[in-house]
Design a protein around this ligand. Sequence first.
Ligand SMILES: CC(C)(COP(=O)(O)OP(=O)(O)OC[C@H]1O[C@@H](n2cnc3c(N)ncnc32)[C@H](O)[C@@H]1OP(=O)(O)O)[C@@H](O)C(=O)NCCC(=O)NCCSC(=O)C(=O)O
Length: 393
Amino acid sequence: MKVLEGIKVLDFGRFIAGPYCAALLADYGAEVIRIDRVEGGEDRYIVPVTEGGEGAMFLQLNRNKRSLTLDLASPEGRDIVRKLVAGADVVVANMPPRTLKSLGLDYESLCAVRPDIILVAPNAFGTSEAVRDRVGFDGVGQALSGAVHIAGTPGQPQKAMVPVVDFATSFACALGTVLALYERKQSGKGQEVNASLLCTGLNMASGALIEEALLGLDRPATRNRASGYAPSDIFKARDGWFITQVIGPAMFRNWTRLVGRPELLDDPRFADDRLRGEHGEFLSGVMSDWCRDKTLGECLALLEKARIPAGRVNSPRQALQDETVQAADLIHWMDYPGAPRQVPIFATPVSLSRTPPEIRQRAPLNGEHTDEILAGIGLGAQEIAGLRQRNIV
Ligand SMILES: CC(C)(COP(=O)(O)OP(=O)(O)OC[C@H]1O[C@@H](n2cnc3c(N)ncnc32)[C@H](O)[C@@H]1OP(=O)(O)O)[C@@H](O)C(=O)NCCC(=O)NCCSC(=O)C(=O)O
């Protein structure tokens, strides 16, 4: 028995924030229907990797779902949405309130059909009137929060090239959904679950923001080198790069021994994390000298022995072949129509011991389950054929 078995989710999500939240719910047994555009939603085709044009991340973000194509702009499409909502527990739709309203997916319209519905509607900047209808992507959340400035070099800001803000927003939304379902059991009522890319970004950058607010330290751009502790940087060994982060006095002591510089322990310039951070360039230099003539394997083994967190900087190919990644057993290889090889789908990031999540079904083709879903709400074969002819499904 899966934790969310019997919970029905309609996923109107697009790109990452909404779809990944719905995928997490699906991993735990919720029955998720992805509502696709008739011609295929734009997020299906970003960075195509299959003959049909499905994008790489689409395959990860939409496992365990069925797909129904629907023109939400048509009255007949809206009618079908209402029928589906009547039998649903959760609607996921990462669109601004104005768009939700224009599609009949705002909380009031959904409640009129299903009073205890839970609407999960993350947006770009939150729910206050001045900002709620503006659009945004992951990078905007990263940039506004200060993270892009800190990660850059002076004069050259740098965004993380993986969508950290989107994914963290998805996790927050999945938590909100489960809390709302839990609360509904007691109150019998649904509610709206809101999150925003900006709020996630501010949470993630909170260390630097609180430092600025309290101490006026408007952190400069220091690229890979952390400024609040050190050494914490990316280093070059003889045959490749690795990352290491030394935080706190015990780890610093271990590090001075490892690099053969025990005198640094008594140097007032390195008395605590903050001071070490201020002199991070010097400490990074010591570390660079230490690893320059060693192999990556030697560096990592010595750091591991000294209990200092470290890891090889992998290319995507190296990541898939990495011994640690393989030993952790986190990849589920799946077939996908038109894919040149099996697709690696990465495990649900949170597991439960008695009722574990499961990746059981590949992402759906566009509209793959349209007929069976429509039959499930009482439409006959002829009716469905008519809708298809008029491009409504
Ligand atoms: C994702 C967005 C940037 C996309 O912006 P837009 O393309 O301008 O989309 P809108 O949501 O305003 O919708 C555009 C129009 O499409 C219409 N629309 C949408 N779906 C349908 C279907 N199925 N059928 C018919 N019409 C449709 C909708 O009514 C709007 O019509 P009109 O009303 O007539 O215009 C925005 O929705 C947004 O900011 N969402 C909240 C934040 C968020 O989640 N961002 C993405 C995270 S993922 C990410 O950052 C990443 O992948 O990277």
